[in-house]
Design a protein around this ligand. Structure first.
Ligand code: HEC
Ligand code: HEC
Length: 292
C-alpha cells in the first residue's frame, strides 16, 4: 500500500550562493508523499556523461537566481523542493554549491516524469513555465518564458531532444470530465459540512478561484462553470488524485492530506465516499451528470 513519510512541519533555511539569494522559508508545509509513484525502470539510469549534461543544463536552470522570491522571479528550487507537495519535488541541496551527484540522480528520477521524449514540446517541464500566450500551462510559480525562443527554453528543449525518442513517455492523461465537474464537483464547493465554511467563502476569486459564488442565484452559468473548471485544472494532476492539490489541501493530515490549509479539512481520510468520488473523477473514471 501507500507508504507515507511523516516529516512534520519543517522550517528550512535555503541559501543559494552566486546570486546572493538568501531566503528563509518559513512555510510550514508537507512532504506529503515520498517515493515517486513510478520509479524509472532499470536500464533507464543515466551514464556519467548524461548525468553531467543533465546537471549543467537542467539543474542549472532550476538553480538560477532570478532576483526575487515571488512567482516568475524566484529560483525554481525555492518552491520545488519539499514546499509544494507535488510530484516535482527536488532534493534539498546538500550544500550551497548545489546538489551532490547522488542527489542529482534522484532529482532526475523526478524530472524524467515531466518530460516526453517522443514529443519534446509537450513536456510539462517546458509547458509549465511557458506563458499561456505561447502555449504554456497555468503555473502557480508564474511565467518564466514568454516565448519558445527564450534561451532557457531552447536549452531544455534541445536537452530533451538529445535523449532517445522512446526513453521517457508519460502515460496518456485521462480526460477530466467537464460535465461531471458542473453537475457534481461544484456542488461540493457550495455545500459545507457541519460547522465548516463553504469553499466558495474563500475560493471565489484570484488564482485559486475555482469556487466562484454564482452571480444568478444558486446555480452557476455555463461560463462561470468553465472558468471555475479551468481554475481548478491547475490543482489537479489528471490520473493521479494522490498528487492533486485539490484533493490534498482539504484532506486531514492524518489521512494523508497536506500539512497546512488555511481552510477546513472536509475529509478525514481517503475512505470518505466523497473523496473517492472526486478521485474517480480525477482518474477519468467518472463522467456525465450522475453523482451517486
Ligand atoms: C513560487 C513558487 C514556484 C516557483 C518559483 C516555481 N514553481 Fe513550478 N510549481 C509551483 C506549484 C505550487 C506547482 C503545482 C501547482 C501548479 O501546477 O501550478 C508547480 C508546478 C510545476 C510543474 C508541474 C509539476 C507536475 O507534477 O506536473 C512544473 C513542471 C514546474 N512547476 C516547473 C517549474 C520550473 C521549471 C520553475 C523554474 C523556472 C518553477 N516551476 C518555479 C510553484 C513554483
Ligand atoms: C477559510 C477560508 C478557506 C476555506 C473555507 C477553504 N479554503 Fe482552501 N485555501 C485557503 C487559503 C487562504 C489558501 C492558500 C494558503 C494555503 O495553501 O493554505 C487555500 C488553499 C487551497 C488550495 C491550494 C491552492 C493553490 O493555489 O495551490 C486548495 C486546492 C484548496 N484551498 C481547496 C479548498 C477546498 C476544496 C475547500 C472547500 C472544501 C477549501 N479550500 C476551503 C482558505 C480556505
Amino acid at each position: 500500500m501507500v507508504t507515507r513519510l511523516r516529516s512534520g512541519e519543517r522550517w528550512a533555511t535555503l541559501t543559494l550562493t552566486g546570486g546572493g539569494l538568501a531566503l528563509v522559508l518559513g512555510l510550514a508545509t508537507a512532504v506529503s508523499s515520498c517515493a515517486p509513484a513510478e520509479s524509472p525502470a532499470a536500464g533507464q539510469a543515466l551514464d556519467t556523461a548524461e548525468l553531467e549534461a543533465y546537471r549543467t543544463t537542467v539543474e542549472g536552470v532550476f538553480m538560477t537566481d532570478r532576483g526575487g522570491t515571488t512567482s516568475g522571479y524566484a529560483a525554481c528550487v525555492m518552491c520545488h523542493t519539499w514546499q509544494t507537495s507535488v510530484r516535482f519535488s527536488l532534493e534539498t541541496p546538500d550544500s550551497d554549491a548545489g546538489w551532490s551527484a547522488e542527489q542529482s540522480r534522484r532529482n532526475f528520477d523526478v524530472v524524467s516524469q515531466l518530460i516526453n521524449t517522443a514529443d519534446p514540446e509537450a513536456s510539462r517541464l517546458l509547458r509549465k513555465p511557458l506563458g499561456a500566450g505561447a502555449g504554456g500551462l497555468t503555473h502557480t510559480g508564474g511565467t518564466y518564458w514568454t516565448s519558445p525562443e527564450e534561451p532557457e527554453y531552447v536549452a531544455l528543449l534541445e536537452w530533451i531532444e538529445s535523449l532517445p525518442d522512446d526513453r521517457f513517455i508519460p502515460a496518456a492523461e485521462p480526460e477530466v470530465d467537464f460535465e461531471f465537474f458542473s453537475a457534481c464537483v461544484q456542488r461540493v464547493f457550495a455545500d459545507p459540512r457541519e460547522g465548516q465554511l463553504r469553499c466558495s467563502n474563500c475560493h471565489s476569486g484570484g488564482l485559486a478561484g475555482f469556487a466562484p459564488a454564482p452571480a444568478g442565484g444558486d446555480a452557476w452559468s455555463e461560463e462561470e462553470a468553465q472558468l471555475a473548471y479551468r481554475s481548478l485544472s491547475r490543482l489537479i494532476t489528471p490520473g493521479d488524485p494522490e498528487q492533486s492539490r485539490f484533493l490534498l489541501k482539504p484532506l486531514h493530515p492524518d489521512g494523508g492530506g497536506a500539512y497546512t490549509h488555511n481552510g477546513p479539512r472536509r475529509w478525514q481520510s481517503r475512505d470518505d465516499p466523497e473523496w473517492q468520488m472526486l478521485a474517480g473523477w480525477v482518474r477519468g473514471e467518472r463522467t456525465g451528470a450522475s453523482c451517486s
